[in-house]
Design a binder for this molecule. Sequence first.
Ligand code: FJE
Ligand code: FE
Length: 293
Amino acid sequence: MTIITPLSRFITKSVLSKEQSEGVGAKIRRSIGRPELRNHDPFLMLDEFDSDATVGFPDHPHRGFETVTYMIEGQVQHEDFAGHKGTIGPGDLQWMTAGRGIVHSEMPVKTESRIHGLQLWINLPKEHKMCEPQYQELRDGQIPRATPYEGVIIKIIAGESHGVKSQVYTRTPTMYLDFKMDKNKTVTQNIPSSFTGFIYMLKGKAYIGDKEFEGEAHHTLTFSEDGAEMVKIQTKDEDAHFVFIAGEPLKEPIVQHGPFVMNTTEEIYETFVDYQHSQNGFERARNWRSSIA
Ligand code: FJE
Ligand code: FE
């Protein structure tokens, strides 16, 4: 018997993200997490935010997962209940492991006319859900690039591409790549056979897989789960900008209540109690108010 492995993953679904409101007046396009894209283990949510600077995400908690903020344009300030504070500018990355608990505020720098970026929520495996919070912060210039061909630039936010590796530590094995392709280019991207993944298009058009499935801006294109270890991506008469995100599914039960993501309803209940009583990781939430919101 011969088993024929397809050359490239193919696209199983293409879903448009329409604009909606989140936080305080922020305009977002939800990719992963919207009704048609609910179960994408290990990913919980992907939002493309694109707003003016009058809006934001004031003081709110997280537990049990990671938030990965990647700026495209403009600047977002953040401040947490432990005094960790900073600004994320164009091309910069903030990889925040909330672990047992973070309360923070994410607000645009008020002098900016536009804030545009992506926030990805990655679930944590059971053994890491209650870990100490950690930040991995990289400026645009510190994120490595691969240029496999002229006119193809890949920023390696997490994982590996064309021999270039990211130093970001991923508790949930994750690849996060930012592709900028000129028109009429072809590139292949390796992907571990067990990973689930998708492309989120930011600009232009790309053709994915051997069947050349067309992807346009604000669409999420999910990969087949057939074990193929490569994705073929082409551009034709337009340049393209997209992110390629893939990860090892955790295959653990998920109980999510807004910004808390645990394995059981019991753990979610304990989280409410911990947050309410400022304990078990939320000690510093007591009477804390951010200075930026
Ligand atoms: C959150 C609603 C929210 N997408 N994109 C409920 F809006 C948020 C939240 C964000 C967020 C923040 C940034 Cl900087 C970018 C985002 C949702 O903060 F955490 C809950 N629970
Ligand atoms: Fe947050």
